[in-house]
Design a protein around this ligand. Structure first.
Ligand SMILES: CC(C)(COP(=O)(O)OP(=O)(O)OC[C@H]1O[C@@H](n2cnc3c(N)ncnc32)[C@H](O)[C@@H]1OP(=O)(O)O)[C@@H](O)C(=O)NCCC(=O)NCCS
Length: 171
């Protein structure tokens, strides 16, 4: 067991944690970027297996999470945040909708570990790619996580300009 695994349990989200995940999204993102609480909860309900939480073993509370929506599409579009009918359980790819680490847990390697565990889990399921959008200052971080920068995304979420990045899990 690694030190992070001793501190945190990594697993699918549970129904009683949906409200807290939606709250954390509002804590870590500015209002224009945060996914609406009802959309976070709806996604957790429809696809808990596309939601990976890190739970602090001391408190039993969520410290961070990563979640997404499965699809056969290969490019990100903003409807993935809001239109849950786009979720295809057997989709080849996952569009990542949020990597959230609470401020008090940031810069301790937790975001990297959540991403690593998510990639491994989806690779085992046979998914081909994970695709995400991020602001320019995070491109380098996702490169370190193994992602390739595809340049500017079609996303206009929150009135921002986003990079689109992907990682290949299975050819
Ligand atoms: C971005 C975020 C997920 C990073 O999580 P974290 O647990 O602090 O990240 P880690 O400690 O695992 O750091 C991993 C690497 O990314 C780098 N990094 C972390 N936060 C960064 C930031 N805000 N800007 C640039 N690089 C960052 C770290 O320096 C580290 O690199 P290193 O190994 O070379 O030192 C977290 O700060 C967060 O939730 N922020 C608010 C929400 C957000 O912006 N999410 C991403 C949306 S695309």
């Amino acid at each position: 067991m690694t030190d992070l695994e001793k501190r945190f349990e990594f697993r699918d989200i549970k129904p009683e944690e949906h409200d807290r995940a939606a709250e954390i999204e509002q804590i870590v993102f500015p209002p224009n970027e945060a996914v609406f609480p009802d959309d976070v909860k709806a996604q957790a309900k429809i696809a808990p297996d596309c939601f990976l939480v890190a739970v602090d073993r001391q408190t039993g509370a969520i410290a961070g999470f990563l979640y997404g929506i499965a699809t056969n599409e290969v490019r990100f579009r903003d409807e993935f945040f809001t239109d849950k009918s786009l979720h295809d359980h057997n989709g080849s790819n996952v569009m990542l909708l949020g990597l959230d680490v609470l401020p008090e847990y940031q810069r301790q390697g937790l975001g990297r570990e959540i991403m690593k565990k998510y990639c491994r889990r989806e690779q085992i399921k046979g998914r081909k790619k994970l695709i995400l959008t991020c602001l320019p200052h995070l491109v380098e971080m996702y490169r370190k996580f193994g992602y390739t920068d595809l340049g500017m995304s079609g996303s206009a979420w929150g009135g921002e300009i986003w990079h689109e990045m992907e990682i290949i899990l299975n050819d």
